[in-house]
Design a protein around this ligand. Structure first.
Ligand code: CA
Length: 618
């Protein structure tokens, strides 16, 4: 018997250049570790290694039961369904991959103890302001990781679509800056490995869901960033992408199953019409192309209808929440994966972390299509997403037009009123993420033709209307960028983030007078917002836009804030009697940004193109 085995081994070693003859081994187990006391006791391990399916796994660890071993088409995978009972103690155990009674391979797996900290996984809400940054473009804290062995794309700061070297250390070094600015949460675009030859800087073609890209740092660096952010009172939201992975994912050329990706006879793009998913009149043809078409040639469309794929993604998100201590997730291209899978995922996340928040990229022009994806929404087809938050793209589009237009029946600031007046379609409009721009759209200062007065009105509006504000990095220093000049133009390096930068806009000395004006304005606004529950949680009452002036109130437990936006080129005196129902009981006010005391509430004069935020007093 033994001689025979040796002979086979010898013969196999002769043919080792052929994949079928590779030595049985374990190259990878996902998730790489787990925890003992999770709400859900099930864990499915993906085991990858040459011919591993020829073995049968055995686990001897008290509390851990190997319920099922799943074989798939590729001989190089096994899926292990484990049940981890609540009595299981943290520790390591060996997975014995056996042939007969003999161990062919052993793999040591770790079950950790969960960190029992009530300050973790708290989610985010209307008291937060989210700062969106692109790690490759924010700050380069470690130039030694700009190029890393095995990573296909090298740094080239001169290429707007190339890697510029920003990293986790760069973010960590500027946590103080962000805290000082007054934001409360950081959403970084993806940090996971994106080992694609081009455009890898944006991170949306991830090639390892379990590993931070070494050009950004390590998993440990990321966890440390979260801890340091928490110490400063800043939350961290991770960007995840379930719709697609980079075509260079480790399973490239050796997919577990033939349906791991959505397959087409030849490359087929998504039609990008996310609305067909909720459209009661949509054709199957359009629906299928929407969800099963590929986002890009470099981005393989994952088939979440395959339960093994679904488990892989769900466990990955839970692994990161638990491992890094995340506060929230922003999920990319929300309508593109199968919607029932997304609902299952959300339920699983909320089962484990009841206070957690996930905000979906719901890029639609109309409130109704956005509303379809928000939890508790009453949809005619009965779909319930369980998604806690969605991004308000219709309001973003309105903001980008409103301040550049002359007042009209439905133009100018009336656009803001019109969009908000449709809030009845949302189960809870307070759950919307509101923003003037992100990494995919024109920078707001460019949209506003670099008009600082308009910019202040936009910031005042964002920080005082309903929803959870998000600002895109560099907005505070009036960075410019236009989509027509390419995505790289929207994602320029933050001045001062790179060693040798001539100006350091992270400091007042490195900013122009105009930039300091903007920064100071936003800083004051954000820090005031932190202390004012009326603008965070208050009921919104707004009034029809008249003469280019939009007026609204936020009311919370007897506290009230009045906001007036004058988008006219001249100063306007506003008669306040129209707002009597909101002003009732108040006799004076304080203009928040100027500190000016308003001794009467009969009329107010607003300078040309200016906002006024008033804390009302009894
Ligand atoms: Ca770097």
């Amino acid at each position: 018997m033994r001689v025979k085995t040796l002979l086979i081994t010898f013969l196999l070693s002769l043919g080792s250049t052929f994949s079928y003859a590779q030595k049985i081994n374990v190259k990878r187990v996902d998730p790489p570790s787990w925890w003992t006391d999770m709400h859900d006791h099930n864990l499915q391990l993906l085991v990858y290694g040459p011919r591993i399916s020829e073995t049968h796994p055995v686990i001897n660890y008290r509390g851990v039961q190997l319920k099922q071993t799943i074989h798939v088409k590729s001989p190089d995978y096994l899926f292990l369904d484990l049940v981890i009972s609540s009595a299981t103690q943290p520790g390591t155990f060996i997975i014995h991959f056996k042939k007969g009674k003999r161990d062919v391979v052993q793999y040591t797996y770790t079950l950790n103890k969960r960190e029992n900290n009530p300050k973790l996984h708290q989610g985010f809400d209307n008291s937060d302001v989210i700062y969106l940054l692109m790690p490759d473009r924010f700050a380069n804290g470690d130039t030694t990781n700009d190029n890393m062995p095995g990573m296909l794309e090298k740094a080239n700061i001169k290429n707007p679509n190339g890697r510029h070297g920003g990293d986790i250390k760069g973010i960590e070094e500027h946590l103080g800056y962000l805290k000082n600015l007054g934001v409360t949460a950081i959403w970084s675009t993806p940090l996971m490995e994106d080992n694609m030859p081009k455009y890898s800087y944006h991170g949306y073609a991830q090639t390892d869901y379990y590993k931070v890209d070494p050009r950004f740092g390590t998993n440990r660096d990321y966890r440390n960033l979260v801890q340091e952010a928490h110490k400063k009172g800043l939350k961290v939201i991770q960007d995840m992408v379930f719709n697609h992975c980079g075509t260079n994912y480790f399973w490239k050329g050796d997919l577990p199953t033939t349906d791991w990706y959505n397959r087409w006879p030849k490359f087929t793009r998504s039609n990008y019409h996310g609305g067909v998913v909720s459209d009661p009149h949509a054709s199957q043809y359009d629906y299928h192309h929407m969800v099963a078409g590929w986002f890009d040639t470099s981005m393989a469309d994952l088939n979440q209808d395959n339960p093994l794929v679904a488990n892989y993604l769900i466990q990955n998100s839970i692994w990161w929440i638990e491992y890094a201590g995340l506060d929230g997730i922003r999920q990319d291209t929300y309508p593109y994966p199968y919607k029932d899978f997304m609902a299952n995922w959300m339920q699983r996340v909320l089962q484990e972390y009841p206070h957690f928040n996930v905000i979906g990229e719901t890029w639609f022009s109309y409130p109704a299509t956005v509303a379809y994806w928000l939890e508790n929404n009453r949809n005619a087809d009965g779909y319930h997403s369980h998604l806690t938050n969605v991004f308000d793209f219709p309001l973003m589009m309105a903001i980008n037009k409103a301040f550049n237009e002359k007042p009209g029946w439905d133009t100018g600031l009336a656009r803001l009123y019109e969009v908000l007046s449709q809030d009845f379609v949302y189960s809870d409009p307070m759950k919307l993420g509101i923003f003037a721009g992100n990494h995919d759209s024109n920078r707001i200062f460019s949209t506003l033709h670099e008009n600082l007065k308009k910019w202040k009105m936009v910031m005042a509006f964002l920080m005082t209307t309903r929803g959870i504000p998000e600002i895109y990095y560099g907005t505070e220093i009036l960075m410019t960028g236009e989509k027509s000049k390419g995505d790289g133009n929207l994602r320029k390096d933050f001045p001062g983030g790179w060693p040798g930068d001539k100006l350091n806009a992270f400091t007042p000395q490195g900013r122009t007078a105009e930039q300091n004006d903007a920064f100071n304005y936003l800083q004051k606004l954000l820090n005031w917002r932190k202390s004012n529950k009326a603008v965070q949680y208050g009921k919104l009452t707004h009034y029809i836009v008249e003469n280019g002036v939009y007026v609204y109130f936020r009311t919370y437990k007897g506290k009230k804030v009045m906001v007036l936006l004058n988008n006219n080129d001249k100063s306007v005196t506003v008669n306040l009697t129209r707002f009597a129902e909101d002003l009732k009981g108040f006799t004076k006010g304080k203009a928040v940004m100027t500190g000016k005391i308003l001794s009467q509430l009969n009329s107010l004069t607003l300078p040309a193109k200016s906002p006024m935020i008033v804390e009302l007093k009894k």
